[in-house]
Design a protein around this ligand. Sequence first.
Ligand SMILES: O=C(O)c1cccc(C(=O)CC[C@H]2O[C@@H](n3cnc4c(=O)[nH]cnc43)[C@H](O)[C@@H]2O)c1
Length: 225
Amino acid sequence: MWLLLSPTALEAPFLRGEPFAFLGRRGLRGEGFVYLETGVGKVNAALTLAAWAGRNPVEKALLFGIAGAYPGSSLLPGDVVLVGEEVEADLGTQEGLKPLGFPALEVAGKAYYNRFPLDSSLTRALARVLDLQVVVGLTRDRVSENPGEAEALASRWGAQVESMEGAAFARACLALGIPGVEVRAISNPAGVRDKGAWRIPLAVRSLEGTLAPILGGAFPAGLQG
Ligand SMILES: O=C(O)c1cccc(C(=O)CC[C@H]2O[C@@H](n3cnc4c(=O)[nH]cnc43)[C@H](O)[C@@H]2O)c1
């Protein structure tokens, strides 16, 4: 059974199931999945996952939604990617958390500062089955507000896509021992605020097409809901 999460219900209009409310937001119980709307931003994403997992067993979790593409990534609106590693870029100093000397998380003797891997075997399996590229995601509670800022972040951290939740989800999955994967559809060039350049309906249609195999229960053994 998948736990599916997206920041807003607008990114999940294609999901069908029995509605319920969780933490005041939308939930759905569907065939082979439970879906939760988390709200936008890092705290909402981590809080929703942790609160749900504290009350319900979670076998595997998938965060999906729209994202910005960094300059130089060659990703275009409508493209769908898996995120293999997330960077929490607004934690600590401009150079990250390490200069402060405190890891954000320690699991099984490994210290994590600003970079958090998603589940590598589930990500690899999904990349193969869905034929998706695996990229590095960068997360901040604030969006890039101009192309220069976006370019600087991308090159400082080696990231291709920008969101406001990915690293919080990856970090919470690591802390809670939940295999987690992240799928993002590009809706805009990161750092471009002119909504004329945004393609949200196209990105949501791409998400639907990509996630359809999960919803139909048509995944090969090991990936099924
Ligand atoms: O008004 C703006 O300038 C603006 C810029 C970027 C994103 C927004 C949003 O309201 C979207 C937030 C929502 O969508 C994800 N998202 C989509 N594109 C981006 C992006 O370029 N940078 C960061 N987040 C993005 C994000 O994960 C949120 O869930 C408004």
